[in-house]
Every structure is written in structure tokens, then in C-alpha cells.
Design a protein around this ligand. Structure first.
Ligand code: NAP
Length: 267
């Protein structure tokens, strides 16, 4: 029988965190030991989420949770301003983080990787845990080699704090690796309204749409002479991310370095 993995959830009351709590309760090999939320302490997580008590407390300090509940893994779905400190704290306590929170800079990711290597600890940062989104990124990087003129449009709910999305940035990095730095469009192009052409990433554009009703969507459009190619992924609900989170929790316990992107865990 596989040993249980003790899992804490930072941001357990949030939209993603509460979905992780549900997923953990359905997997007998994962033991949900504590929820962390910045404003709540001592209350049962089940009650916080509007249901019956589940015998797992919510605490308001990650450090307290790491010391008192000794999780093997912390799943983090908090906020872009908090995630870097949370990852460092987990690693300082010998606990492996699985991170879905977006907003980490490339410098922070490099620093976290160094800490992981120094302490022989695993960590996973995945800007998108939906398998379909990973495939979209892989297909986009394949296409960019042959159709280097590209724009990314990402669409999310209007409560998202960061723009562009972590998925868009990761897709852009993979496209850059395939096609390099090419300035697209007319050299004399002018924006009549600032921002009209979106964010510039090594010569191509990323556009962020924020609307109620959206969950997480992305379209990558390629243009070449006489043809276009569009690749689109839609997360219709937050359950779409859970098989990826589950896979990452089980993978991180045997890692000794940082994995950035779920694509490194699938063939
Ligand atoms: P959300 O609903 O606002 O949830 C964030 C939760 O974190 C809130 O309940 C918040 O509590 C809590 N929190 C804030 N600071 C904290 C701290 N220091 N310690 C513990 N908890 C803290 O946001 P969401 O929609 O779930 O998204 C969370 C993050 O996941 C975002 O960065 C989003 O872009 C990302 N995301 C990633 C994926 C992926 O596949 N990787 C998919 C969807 C979303 P209070 O409100 O009480 O402060």
C-alpha cells in the first residue's frame, strides 16, 4: 500500500484552493492535514467552505502550519504578492511546494531552483495545471518553428490580479525558444490609444481580456502568407486543473529540483 502524502493547502478558502480541498478528500493516497488562509484560524475547513466539518483546521500562518502539521507537500493557490515568500518558507522547513499561483518572476524562479538544488528538495511551479493547456503550449511551440508570426490572446475572469497570465508568459517563452526574437508588424506602426497592440514580448504581442463569466482561456494565432492557424484551449471550470495538481503532488515527493511547467511531467 502506497504511503499517504500529507498535504497542506495555502489559500484553501479561495476559488482554486477550495477545489484542491475537494480533490484531496476523494484521493485516499493523499491526506489533507491543514488549510492556510490569511484571515481565518481555528475553524474547520469544511465549515469555512460552507459544508460539514471534515476534521481539518484552517490556520492563518503558513509557518505555524508547517511546524504543527508537518506536511510533506504544500499546494499554493494564494496571491502573486505572497507566493515567493511562501515557497521560500516551505523549502526552509524541508517541505515541497506545488505552486499554481502565478506572478513569479524569472529571477525568483531561478532563485527557488537554487534553493531546491542546495537542499535536495523538489518543487513544482505550473502556470497551468490543465492538461489541455499544456498541449496548447506544446503545439504552439511546434507551430512557431514554421509560422513565426504569432499573437497570444488570453481571457480570464475579472478578479484575476496579474496580467498577462502565467500561462501566456510560459507559452510566450516556449514560442521564443522555437522562433527567436523577430519584430512583427509594420515598422512605423503607431498606437492611437496606448496599449491597443497589447504587451510586447520579444517582438510579438500578448493581449489580456478580463470579463465576468470567463474562467481561463487562451488562443494562439499564427499568420503566414495566405493562411492562418488558431490553437485554442478553454478551462470551463476549475475541476479542469485538478488531475494536474494531483499528478504534481505525487511527482514532487521524489524530485530534488524545481520543475517549472507541467509539460516536463508528461511525455
Ligand atoms: P482567490 O480565489 O483570490 O484565492 C486566493 C486565496 O488565497 C484567498 O482565499 C486568499 O484569502 C488566500 N490568501 C492570500 N494570501 C494568503 C496567505 N498569505 N496565506 C494563505 N492564504 C492566502 O484566487 P484564485 O482564483 O483561487 O487564484 C489563486 C492563484 O492561482 C492566482 O494567482 C491565479 O492566477 C492562479 N491560478 C492558477 C491556475 C493554474 O492552473 N496554475 C489556475 C487558476 C488560477 P483572503 O482573501 O482571505 O486574503
Amino acid at each position: 500500500m502506497e504511503a499517504n502524502i500529507r498535504v497542506a493547502v495555502a489559500g484553501a478558502k479561495g476559488r482554486m484552493g477550495s477545489e484542491v480541498v475537494k480533490m484531496l478528500q476523494q484521493d485516499p493516497s493523499l491526506e489533507f492535514v491543514v488549510g492556510i488562509d490569511s484571515h481565518l484560524t481555528g475553524i474547520d475547513v469544511g465549515e469555512v467552505l460552507g459544508g460539514k466539518p471534515i476534521g481539518v483546521p484552517m490556520v492563518n500562518s503558513l509557518e505555524e502550519a508547517l511546524i504543527a502539521f508537518k506536511p510533506d507537500v504544500v499546494v499554493d493557490f494564494t496571491t502573486p504578492s505572497q507566493v515567493y515568500q511562501n515557497m521560500r518558507l516551505c523549502l526552509q522547513h524541508g517541505v515541497r511546494p506545488v505552486v499554481g499561483t502565478t506572478g513569479l518572476t524569472s529571477e525568483e524562479i531561478a532563485e527557488i531552483n537554487q534553493i531546491c538544488v542546495d537542499h535536495e528538495l523538489g518543487a513544482i511551479v505550473a502556470p497551468n495545471f490543465a492538461i489541455g493547456a499544456i498541449l496548447l503550449m506544446k503545439f504552439s511551440s511546434m507551430a512557431a518553428k514554421y509560422m513565426p508570426h504569432v499573437e497570444i490572446i488570453e481571457l480570464h475572469h475579472d478578479q484575476k490580479l496579474d496580467a498577462p497570465s502565467g500561462t501566456a508568459i510560459k507559452t510566450a517563452e516556449m514560442i521564443e525558444a522555437a522562433r527567436g526574437n523577430i519584430r512583427q508588424g509594420h515598422p512605423d506602426e503607431q498606437e492611437i490609444l496606448p496599449g491597443a497592440r497589447g504587451a510586447d514580448y520579444v517582438g510579438f504581442r500578448i493581449h489580456s481580456v478580463r470579463l465576468p463569466g470567463m474562467v481561463a482561456h487562451q488562443e494562439v494565432l499564427f499568420g503566414a502568407i495566405g493562411q492562418t492557424l488558431s490553437i485554442r484551449h478553454d478551462s470551463i471550470n476549475r475541476e479542469s486543473f485538478m488531475p494536474g495538481v494531483q499528478m504534481a503532488i505525487k511527482a514532487v515527493v521524489s524530485l530534488q529540483h524545481l520543475v517549472y511547467g507541467l509539460e516536463h511531467l508528461i511525455d
